[in-house]
Design a protein around this ligand. Structure first.
Ligand code: MTE
Ligand code: MO
Length: 441
């Protein structure tokens, strides 16, 4: 009765829209009528890498056709710059999730960092780091001001923080009745070292009025419909969150330019809040005298019932509240679920835990479905709003099937629930204990 994960293969992608598939995979632009199109150097390199050898005579290869060398029906496809084992939940817009065992690094590398696009990113060839600008304006800004990235770097102090980004819908696939939207399992989360300037420093340079309540963002991505009048997403945070030391306008992730799909060349990063607050391909920030009313700020997007409701219950828009700090959660990143070991062996366990605006106080693991718990070693966070690493060693009394469950408790005493937390119409905030299967032989 396992729910089948929705993943998309190469063939399905080409069946839906061959020209778009070419663009997505190789960055190839072509004319849908003539099926001819120029293969730029980048596209040639990407194709060559996928095929294991450069494609000779590539100029004759028709657009929208899968190379025979990749035509095995099971060939998964890879988004340029992203790890081949990320799970593709949707290709238009692109949504990629990271399997738990690929989150084992202390800091999530760019190629393994999940992707949640609401729209179509700006064309890579249109992104010029040297001419990209960020404008600050709005009814509660004292002036309108525009900065190039170079000006941001020159005028303000640079800061680096390790910050967790987690989609509000992470874990959605478990809810019943099911909620519409990307059926995220556990992998819409990552923690990277983000470098940039404090949003606070830039807002102070512009000057904000005392009636400011919210800060909203606009990015250079386009609505999936292609309609230039429509925004893909335009959310934000209350001024108090914007003014925190760790709230960044970032241009680097783990010391490298931010990956294209994650918002290159500039994005907001608000650790601990739903990642939808952290605008990618950032071009404009508005300082508002009211709660920002951009796309997907309205109910029911990124909102949960202000008071708990029963599964499947209808909730009026006015009874839905904006999600702020994310709840306490953890993930076992080693071993991969399905591990097998010998009876005499101890099993090392590792992973990360995080708790929105709070810190994680306690980490425990169980091998008997939550009847008893043993403490895990829990490290301190590198800085506020970073995830914390944990590890433990467990042993098993006899041969057979087991699960390892992990449970984090935050600094206010909230523990992860062992079963699904409060059902809500859009399937947000599932912070149930993560579990992996283990066989002892
Ligand atoms: N401009 C823009 N910013 C955006 C989005 C988007 O679609 N466009 N998606 C948001 C959502 S819903 C999430 S969960 C995070 C995902 O960040 P990532 O793709 O870098 O993991 O970006 C947020 N910022
Ligand atoms: Mo999200």
């Amino acid at each position: 009765m396992k729910k089948q994960k929705k993943t998309i293969g190469l063939h399905e992608l080409y069946q839906k829209d061959p020209i778009e598939a070419d663009r997505l995979l190789w960055g190839r632009e072509s004319d849908p009528e003539t099926r001819r199109g120029f293969l730029k150097k980048g596209a040639l390199l990407a194709l060559g890498a996928a095929l294991g050898a450069p494609m000779v005579h590539a100029e004759n290869f028709p657009a929208g056709m899968i190379p025979a060398g990749l035509a095995d029906a099971n060939t998964p496809f890879q988004i340029p710059g992203k790890h081949p084992d990320l799970i593709v939940l949707n290709d238009k817009p692109i949504n990629l999730e990271t399997p738990a065992h690929l989150l084992d690094d202390k800091l999530t590398p760019g190629d393994k960092f999940f992707v949640r696009n609401n729209g179509l990113p700006p064309e890579e060839s249109d992104i010029d780091v040297n001419t990209w600008t960020l404008t600050i304006e709005g009814e509660s800004a004292r002036q309108k001001k525009t900065y190039t990235i170079q000006e941001l770097k020159e005028r303000f102090q640079e800061h680096t923080y390790q910050l967790v980004l987690e989609c509000g819908g992470n874990g959605r696939s478990e809810f019943n009745p099911p909620a519409k939207g990307n059926q995220w399992s556990t992998g819409a989360v990552g923690c990277a070292a983000w470098t940039g300037v404090r949003l606070k420093d830039v807002l102070e340079d512009v000057g904000i009025k005392s009636n400011a309540v919210y800060v909203g963002y606009y990015g250079k991505d386009r609505h999936v419909s292609g309609n230039p009048e429509k925004e893909a997403i335009s959310r934000g945070v209350p001024v108090e969150k914007a003014m925190q030391e760790e709230s960044l306008i970032a241009w680097a992730m783990n010391g490298q330019p931010i990956p294209y799909q994650n918002g290159h060349p500039l994005r907001l990063v608000f650790g601990g809040w739903p990642a939808s607050c952290s605008g990618k391909w950032l071009s404009k920030i508005v300082v508002r005298d009211r709660v920002h009313d951009g796309a997907k700020m309205e109910a029911p997007s990124y909102r949960v019932p202000c008071n708990p409701v029963g599964p499947g219950e209808k909730v009026k828009d006015e009874d839905m509240c904006i999600i702020e700090s994310m709840p306490v959660k953890s993930l076992i990143t080693y071993p991969k679920t399905g591990a097998t070991l010998k009876l005499s062996q101890q099993l090392p366990i590792r992973g990360h835990a995080w708790a929105g605006e709070l810190s994680v106080e306690k980490m425990e693991v169980s091998t008997d479905f939550g009847a008893t718990w043993q403490p895990a070693n829990l490290q301190k966070a590198a800085n506020r709003l970073s995830w914390q690493h944990f590890d433990a060693k467990v042993s098993f009394p006899e041969r057979g099937y087991y699960e390892v469950w992990a449970k984090a408790t935050d600094s206010e005493g909230h523990a992860q629930p062992m079963i699904l937390p409060g059902w809500n119409p859009k399937g947000y905030l599932n912070n149930a204990c993560h579990r992996i299967a283990v066989k002892v032989v």
